[in-house]
Design a binder for this molecule. Structure first.
Ligand SMILES: Cc1ncc(COP(=O)(O)O)c(C=O)c1O
Length: 421
């Protein structure tokens, strides 16, 4: 098994941690080192994750559950081991409450389709916010159209934070059945007060789904302690492979829900005209699962657990504080969201006066700097801000303040260059 303890121990040795991520040793182009500020789109993968996927492919590339031979047993053991590890990471005793999906998008679609069909009636309400990624909006719009339910939006203040008084008022008529909220905005890094939202929603009898796609790389989510009903995340944003994600659900809900996909593995018995569903988690895992990806995700969670979480949080706070301080000085820089960094994730959404975000990202690429530009699958948020697109620099534990200095300098140079034209 790959050595997962490469940076284990108290504190965070950033230089050593960087050594675990192969692309950071590469040049973006000859003579230009890579500066990776796109971890919110997909995080880099540590060597232990790469090795675990290679090991599975090379040494036990067999199907899980069905085989009765040694390779299948090894694959099954590693696959179910990953599920057990992820369950513990989420504070869940029962691994059967961890359903593997292709990612956050598929996990939320599963809840919207299955739970939504079961629970929503005409006039019922689903609470969302303009902070949501399309993955936590469109599935709800689709099931609302099908069931006659409606979407209600939490009001945001000027700092793009939830207005909790308006949140409370959404429940006045007793029709809210679901609150589906992001754990961290992928555009501004704003973290809604999840614990408070869960408490208030549950007091009023609503279910809560947390889209933890962005938050989980930066903070633990103890779903059982918090009492959330559903949570979803993607492997590739937590240093794991693409093509795999997780849906956590409360057992009584998952048991009551109908599967969305039919096929192999999700059935106990099939007759000519009917079938009997399998137990959890298989009921929701039709067909051959992404085996190597699940095993890689298990290694990614092991990697996160091997780190000193407080030291990582401190480092990420230093990065975001430093980014705000340096970027504030750049002429024409406009931050999306609050300048205060308390409670904010390491994501900087911004625009630059007179420069389209796409042009900006192309120009930064010449400096070896990778950022994201576009609407970031958050069109309602951009519509509220009155802009078609924005730029985003997002950081992870392997970034440094020196790299952020280079970003600020490159933005300053680009501004000067464009002014001269
Ligand atoms: C907050 C949030 N939710 C959901 C998603 C969708 O994740 P995936 O494309 O991995 O399903 C993303 C991806 O950027 C995201 O940032």
């Amino acid at each position: 098994m790959a050595d997962a303890a490469a940076v284990r121990g108290p504190g965070l040795d950033v230089a050593k941690a960087r050594g675990n991520f192969p692309p950071l040793a590469e040049e973006a182009r000859p003579g230009v080192p890579l500066r990776y500020f796109d971890s919110a789109a997909t995080a880099l993968k540590p060597s232990t994750v790469i090795e675990s996927v290679r090991e599975c492919m090379a040494e036990y590339p067999a199907n899980v559950h069905r085989g009765l031979h040694v390779l299948s047993e090894r694959a099954t053991e590693a696959f179910e081991g990953a599920r057990a590890r992820i369950a513990l990471f989420l504070g869940v005793d029962d691994p059967a409450q961890v359903i593997f999906t292709r990612g956050t998008t598929e996990a939320i679609n599963l809840v919207a389709r299955s739970w939504g069909k079961m629970a929503l009636r005409p006039g019922d309400a689903i609470v969302v916010s303009e902070l949501e990624h399309h993955a936590n909006l469109v599935p709800w719009q689709m099931i609302a159209a099908e069931t006659g339910a409606v979407l209600r939006y939490v009001a945001l203040n000027d700092d793009l934070e939830y207005d909790l008084d308006s949140f409370d008022r959404l429940f006045d008529d007793g029709r809210v059945r679901m609150v589906a909220t992001t754990g961290m905005s992928n555009v501004s890094g704003v973290r809604p007060p999840i614990e408070e939202i869960v408490r208030r929603a549950r007091d009023r009898g609503a279910r809560v789904l947390i889209d933890a796609a962005q938050s989980l790389a930066h903070e633990r989510l103890d779903v059982a302690r918090m009492g959330v009903d559903f949570a979803a995340f993607s492997g590739h944003k937590v240093f794991g492979p693409t093509g795999v994600g997780v849906l956590y659900g409360k057992r009584e809900l998952l048991e009551a829900m109908e599967p969305v996909l039919g096929g192999g593995n999700m059935v106990l018995r099939v007759e000519r005209d009917r079938a009997v569903w399998n137990e959890l988690p298989d009921k929701f895992e039709a067909g051959t699962p992404p085996i190597a990806e699940v095993i890689g995700l298990g290694a990614a969670i092991e990697y996160i657990e091997s780190l000193d979480a407080d030291a990582v949080a401190r480092h990420e706070r230093t990065l975001i504080d430093h980014a705000h301080a340096r970027l504030r000085e750049v002429e024409g820089f406009r931050l999306l969201g609050p300048w205060g960094t308390a409670g904010k994730g390491p994501i900087v959404g911004f625009t630059m006066d007179g420069t389209h975000p796409h042009d900006l990202s192309h120009l930064l690429d010449r400096y070896g700097i990778a950022i994201r530009a576009g609407h970031h699958c958050a069109m309602p948020l951009h519509a509220r801000l009155g802009i078609p697109a924005s730029a985003r620099a997002s950081f992870a534990l392997y970034n440094t303040t020196e790299e952020i200095d280079l970003l600020a300098e490159a933005l300053g140079s680009i501004k000067t260059m464009l002014r001269r034209r």
